[in-house]
Design a protein around this ligand. Sequence first.
Ligand SMILES: C[C@@H]1O[C@H](OP(=O)(O)OP(=O)(O)OC[C@H]2O[C@@H](n3ccc(=O)[nH]c3=O)[C@H](O)[C@@H]2O)[C@H](O)[C@H](O)[C@H]1O
Length: 486
Amino acid sequence: MNEAAATTKKLNLVLFPWLAFGHMIPYLELAKRLAARGHAVTFLSTPRNVARLPPVPADLSPRVHLVALPAPVVDGLPEGAESTADVPPEMNELIKKAVDGLAAPFAAFLADAVADDGGRRPDWIVMDFCHHWLPAIAEAHGVPCAAFLIVQPTAIAFLGPRWAQAAHPRTTLEDFAAPPRWCSSFPSAIAYRRHEAGWAVDAFRPNASGVSDIERMWQIIERTRFTIYRSCDEVEPGVFALLTDLFHKPAVPAGVLLQPDIADGNSSSRSAGARSEVLQWLDRQPPKSTIYVALGSEAPLTASNLHELALGLELAGVRFLWAFRKPSGMSAPTSSTDVAELLPAGFEGRTRGHALVWSGWVPQVAVLAHAAVGAFLTHCGWGSTIESLVFGRPLVMLPFVVDQGLIARTMAERGVGVEVARDEVDGSFGRDGVAAAVRSVMVEEQGEVFASNAERLERVLRDQRRQDQYMDELVGCLKRYKEDSC
Ligand SMILES: C[C@@H]1O[C@H](OP(=O)(O)OP(=O)(O)OC[C@H]2O[C@@H](n3ccc(=O)[nH]c3=O)[C@H](O)[C@@H]2O)[C@H](O)[C@H](O)[C@H]1O
């Protein structure tokens, strides 16, 4: 193909995320941006997930095809459970078994697409951390693969490549509570705390799905041509060069995958009911007066954590909007009475007037964009952290699992927030620590430093031209690496 034809050629991509909405949503954002550039995307998941995705804008929908593979039956997985949102955190490994059960339907889908002479042959398959069986199927059909990892790139560098684990094995909590020994340029302040490191220890061991999470990820990175990440150098300076060097594969930024000017909350039908009440309540609060509190759906909170958090918010004495989720193991609250039962006695009465506790879906991006919000108390999921940075909201950080501790350390290093103090060994936290962290960001003088650092980052991330350039460069890689494997 000559150079001009290669530049204008439209690609046909298959995107296949992990069965979790925190993954499917950024994959859909990637799909929309590729479609906006004229490329065709097939987005693979299972029937209930496809039905629950937010709608694709009408101008892009002709180029984004949602395809539902049949949901596999897995022993122990409740009927209809097709994503991590449908099960308690301890059942996530069964969702991985469900992903593995999609190998045969995927192979049939690909054989069919490749045989089709109507132009359905994929140019690329883009997959998540968990589809370690997929590259072999794609190779058999001569279709190249890329990985798209939506967790924090710095965390992937911290966990490291296979050669690093072989050269300097890490197996204990202490090993993961220190920066990696095999990487002298890794920032010394970024490591797990001892109480968080259990996640990393477990991630290197085979789990109930039969394969460790790290083994899945290594195979994906090793057997695909390059790795795409949801981030950019402005958020994590130098991380892409480091990852390219560590994994001996190109690490390519997709940008933050969030457009500040479309964050009005109207785009998601799922948020339609909650939107008006939550945002209308915010409309009545003074500018930057309110801290938004949300700990994601998978944080392993206990009932006692919930009480300390509530009492800490009360002690801090600031306005707050709390996207309330049940502690793991309890059934979901369905009414405001259920929520009240999970909170300390009298809490709602004492905070009514300056607080809203909301147990339904919250249009988080629109909330973070709202002028009344002054900060975000977050579990440091990568999606939530990026959303906060794009709107210049400083962070009060209460991380739990996976990459969240490393994200919190990275953001503390960047001066955009503070962590809630926790016991180093058991990870417990109390109301005083919550109140102190909230007040240091929302009330005290040092809060201005966090806010101005967050606003500086916001200005950089609002440069839509730069963000579009990341996507254009990514498309350039898809075209280049399709011809010459790297
Ligand atoms: C293991 C973990 O998976 C994580 O996903 P999780 O879903 O917990 O959190 P986010 O990435 O913040 O993602 C949560 C997403 O849901 C949106 N939302 C959620 C609840 C609600 O009521 N309204 C909303 O709009 C929110 O805006 C965000 O985009 C991340 O990978 C993380 O890096 C990794 O540690």
